[in-house]
Design a protein around this ligand. Structure first.
Ligand code: AGP
Length: 612
């Protein structure tokens, strides 16, 4: 949720930290702050708002120091303001701490400390944990590291914490449970971050810290330990990432860049896996569990948000091509519903960030019950990827825009390849249909580029409807999930209320919303439902609704009914969701820009939801 950065080495820490925070700002932008070790003191600067507001507030103040920590916040406990911004000082003012996560038993700890006379400057769970650590340090006359290990044994919830004080020069102590922490290994310096983006321009050598691990980080030394004070050998991995991947590359926004990257990212996702000529799909992670998948009574897909919509498309495809029962679960509901999980059940966990807490805890509970976890994840080395038995990366590259776009189409591409592979191995898919769908999938990057070439037309439609108060998105079959996704994109980016619905369900209620002020967006491409969808469009027309639709090239009937159309090339209905979502991504983007919204960092949102 929040973004954390740390640096200790020979460089000035402040510029490294500020640059790192800007790279992580998509994780939360309610407030920002830094703490620097200076002479015998720890100095904190913090401010409500974006990192740029922090820089401005610091101005020409003293930011010297080669060891420091920084934080960009997504508020959970305590509203976004200066006093709740991180870092926080301990009661003595000698220790500074930043935190990403939620301390669930903070109220109990707070009342214990209040009874001992502690008062609190902020409303945060973080300041409570920090004073709890200092209380143990003082009481037990132990080191800061020891006090942290003792305190964390009493904490419930999720955390990454970074601490510096004035007793341990050139030292950052960090600990992790549930929230992500990456350490970059340099020559005479170390970098810490919620992901690798703050360190990418300095080093490609990284260590992914695991749950219940503590790191003592100095310029020339990295010590990893568990809470039992046992040393752990750091496992250094090489990052396969270029800096350009996390730059805007001349686009106004990351979201627009990522929408236009889709012909390449879908191609990258297919590359080395799908060979339409040979008629093969190579996915080692899936192959490893092919037997279990083919013989599974059911497949349970677990995800959140846009990833859940990818799961819904996958449900339709897997049931159609593999004849295996599929259930799609909201991770947050699945986790606490006490679901029936049998040994050998196959779970597919879908996540762009690989750090979404709801999905992570849901698969860990299913794993405990003996389920097989297959991950469909974008961020390499992320927690969900590491918690899965096997799976497939979506290779969409870093997705910085909070609204997921290229990761969604990459998820669909992977899920379609899984369904085709399993359907073919299981023999539930005719060779003719298998081959035809392989060719259709192989042709998607080109068709996606064709749709993107018509972005100016969609921009004009966006201009026309940007002042609408509500939107309704409708689709049937494979396009129902795409209608849901279109509505979610518009909500996220433009703050316009939008609802996605199965088109046929409309008559059972939502049609009451329809009047001349309501734009209704149909995903109405050619498929087995098309005639019925055309009737549904007629019903809206009859009630003066404003009719927009994503239609197949050459579909003159739909064109004649609609006020505005967004045309896509003809594609098999199974593969069409991959293409049909792109005009809806563009529509939401252009409406968001026309309304002057911050499309890369929409209000109240964060790219990776690392708290339950
Ligand atoms: C989508 O645009 C949103 N950012 C959000 O719904 C997201 O899909 C959801 O939080 C799941 O994230 P994940 O794929 O990283 O697990």
């Amino acid at each position: 949720m929040c973004g954390i950065v740390g640096y200790t080495g020979t460089r000035q820490a402040y510029p490294v930290i500020i640059k790192g925070l800007k790279r992580l700002e998509y994780r939360g932008y309610d407030s920002a702050g830094v703490a620097l070790q200076q002479k015998d003191d720890v100095t904190i600067y913090k401010k409500k708002g974006k990192v740029a507001d922090l820089e401005e507030s610091i101005g020409t103040s003293n930011v010297a120091g080669t060891t420091g920590i920084g934080h960009t916040r997504w508020a959970t406990h305590g509203e976004p303001n200066d006093k709740n911004a991180h870092p926080h000082y301990s009661a003595s003012g000698k220790i500074a701490m930043i935190h990403n996560g939620i301390i669930e038993n903070y109220a109990q700890l707070k009342s214990e400390l209040s009874k001992k006379g502690y008062t609190f400057k902020s409303d945060t769970d973080t300041e409570v944990l920090l004073n709890f650590i200092e209380e143990i340090k003082t009481n037990n006359e132990c080191t800061l590291e020891e006090a942290i290990r003792i305190a964390l044994k009493r904490v419930t919830g999720a955390y990454v914490i970074l601490l510096i004080d004035n007793e341990n020069p050139d030292t950052i102590i960090a600990a992790r449970k549930g929230s992500p922490l990456v350490i970059g290994v340099g020559k005479g310096e170390h970098f810490l971050g919620s992901d690798a983006s703050p360190m990418l321009e300095y080093t490609k050598e990284v260590v992914y810290v695991n749950d219940y691990e503590l790191a003592i980080v100095k310029p020339d030394e990295l010590i990893l330990k568990n809470l039992g004070n046992e040393k752990i050998t750091p496992y250094v991995q090489k990052l396969d990432l270029e800096l350009a991947a996390i730059e805007k590359g001349g686009y106004d926004h990351f979201m627009l860049k990522e929408i236009f990257e889709q012909p390449t990212t879908i191609y990258d996702c297919l590359r080395g896996r799908l060979d339409a000529t040979a008629g093969t799909i190579t996915m080692a992670g899936i192959q490893q569990y092919a037997e279990q998948i083919i013989n599974a009574n059911r497949i349970v897909i677990i995800a959140c948000g846009t990833s859940w919509h990818a799961g819904l498309v996958a449900e339709y495809i897997i049931e159609d091509l593999c004849r295996i029962n599929v259930e799609v679960e909201y991770a947050s509901e699945f986790r606490y519903r006490n679901p029936v999980i049998n040994k050998g059940d196959v779970i597919i966990a879908i996540s762009q960030s690989g750090e979404t807490a709801d999905t992570l805890v849901a698969i860990e509970s299913a794993k405990e019950k003996g389920a097989i976890i297959l991950g469909v994840v974008n961020v390499v080395g992320s927690s969900i990827a590491r918690a899965s038995h096997a799976g497939a990366y979506t290779h969409a590259g870093p997705e910085i825009g909070v609204a997921s776009t290229k990761a969604f189409t990459a998820q669909l591409t992977v899920l379609m390849m899984i369904a085709l592979k399993v359907g073919y191995m299981k023999g539930s898919l005719s060779n003719e249909r298998y081959r035809r769908l392989l060719n259709e999938l192989d042709a998607v990057p080109e068709k996606a580029a064709w749709v993107l070439n018509h972005h100016e037309h969609i921009k004009a439609i966006a201009e026309k409807y940007k002042d609408a108060r509500d939107f309704l998105y409708l689709g049937r079959g494979y396009n129902f999930a795409i209608a849901l996704e279109g509505a979610l994109k518009l909500k996220e980016i433009s703050y316009i209320h939008a609802e996605g619905y199965p088109a046929a369900e409309m008559k059972h209620g939502p049609i009451a919303l329809v009047d001349e002020h309501l734009p209704v967006v149909f995903v109405a491409t050619k498929d087995v439902y098309h005639e019925k969808v055309v009737s549904n469009m007629q019903e809206i027309k009859a009630r003066k609704g404003k009719l927009l639709a994503v239609i197949t090239e050459g579909d003159e009937i739909s064109k004649s009914i609609c006020d505005d159309v967004m045309i896509v090339p003809e594609t098999d209905e199974v593969i069409a969701p991959l293409i049909n979502v792109i005009p809806l991504q563009l529509l939401s983007y252009y409406i968001g820009v026309a309304k002057d919204c911050n499309v890369d960092m929409p209000r109240n949102l964060a790219k990776s939801v690392t708290v339950e």
